[in-house]
Write a protein that binds this ligand. Structure first.
Ligand code: FA5
Length: 348
């Protein structure tokens, strides 16, 4: 083996080392030159087969080559490691100046939004918000509300029965049973609003669902009058539908109030002129109400000579339909995002 060969080997090894740009290529290079079967190692092993006079010079040259390559390898290995790290840092860097991705978190259901809006208005007028059971005794849904069994008015609320043989149990057809539950539990003054789900055995069409929501209102105290009812409802309607609303009371019948009224506002679409929404009348009925019937007060142990009160009940879906011009109540419970996503005023 001549020194010239060793020189060539050195040049080739160093050139290939300079071309290795990854840890894998470096490991491969190391195995090929300096590993157990590497070219330099093999040659060192073959020293014994050289003529004795050649051995010292070739041995020295090979050892120098080995050291030179080892240190060149270490330098190159450090370089490659640093540049690989720099590349990784560059690739994984988070650009904090990029705008964030907005998660799709949805919105509150329009009925929930309306319940919150209405109960907020009444909360500011001094009403407490309470809730009650959707599965109800016939006593609370009817009897205590002055609708005895066999009374024809019982048919007005097309009721879904859960159990009727032993004790009448129903899905409440309105939120009025909560009038009784609240008055049974506390003494006047009472001022509550009760939002909640109701159920009726009803053919579904554009304005009727078999389940829907109502908000009940009840105020009982000494000297409560119809004027308080009218003032409260007028203020409510103006906050919800605009300050310019005019209001109308007309006689109506519900067994648990006397007198009973229906409460209407002038149509906000035609301002009372008459249009499709108000059926040409210029007025839109939004709830039933009236002075609590003396018999209902007696049923909960209140003295009707001392206390008077009023109650009202309104349909929540109907309020949303009026306020936003929704033409069909069935949209509310189809879960169609194209409908629901339009009510994104109040994010979750
Ligand atoms: C009642 O349910 C009475 N409890 C209201 C009341 C309370 C009167 C307190 C006096 C004092 P009515 O059946 O009219 O009344 O229902 C009230 C409202 O609930 C209706 O105006 C309507 O907006 C809504 N509603 C009734 N049935 C349905 C239905 N099937 N689908 C959607 N909304 C309905």
């Amino acid at each position: 083996m001549s020194t010239q060969e060793i020189e060539q080997l050195r040049e080739r090894a160093l050139r290939e080392l300079a071309e290795a740009t990854s840890q894998e290529a470096l490991a491969d290079w190391h195995a090929r030159y300096l590993g157990r079967r590497g070219e330099v190692t093999q040659r060192l092993r073959q020293l014994g087969s050289l003529a004795p006079e050649e051995r010292p010079a070739v041995g020295r040259a090979l050892n120098e080559l080995k050291q030179r390559l080892e240190s060149a390898y270490e330098d190159r290995e450090r370089q490659v490691r640093e540049s690989e790290l720099a590349e990784r840092i560059a690739a994984e860097t988070v650009d904090v100046t990029l705008p964030g991705r907005r998660p799709a978190i949805g919105t509150l259901h329009p009925v929930t939004q309306m319940i919150r809006e209405v109960t907020d208005i009444f909360a500011h007028l001094g009403f407490q918000v309470v809730e009650g059971p959707e599965v109800e005794y016939g006593y609370y849904a009817f009897d205590a509300l002055n609708i005895p069994p066999e009374h024809p008015a019982r048919d007005v609320w097309d009721t879904i029965f859960i159990e009727s043989e032993h004790k009448e149990i129903v899905l409440r057809p309105h939120t009025s049973p909560m009038q009784i539950r609240v008055m049974e539990r506390r003494q006047p003054p009472v001022r509550v609003v009760v939002p909640g789900r109701c159920y009726r055995y009803e053919a579904v069409d554009a304005t009727h669902e078999w389940h829907f929501h109502q908000i009940e209102g009840l105020a009982v105290d000494e000297r409560i009058t119809m004027a308080d009812l009218k003032g409260t409802l007028a203020e409510f309607a103006r906050q919800l539908f605009g300050r310019e609303r005019r209001v109308r009371f007309r006689c109506d019948f519900f067994p648990f109030v006397e007198p009973g009224v229906d409460f209407a506002i002038d149509c906000m679409f035609c301002r009372g002129e008459g249009c499709r929404v108000c059926g040409g009348s210029g007025w839109i009925e939004i709830l039933g109400a009236g002075m609590v019937h003396p018999q209902v007060l007696r049923n909960v142990g209140y003295d009707p000579e001392r206390y008077t009160g009023w109650a009202f009940g309104m349909g929540v879906e109907r309020l949303v339909m009026l306020k936003y011009g929704v033409p069909d109540i069935r949209y509310f419970y189809q879960g169609d995002l194209r409908f629901l996503a339009q009510f994104d005023r109040i994010p979750l």
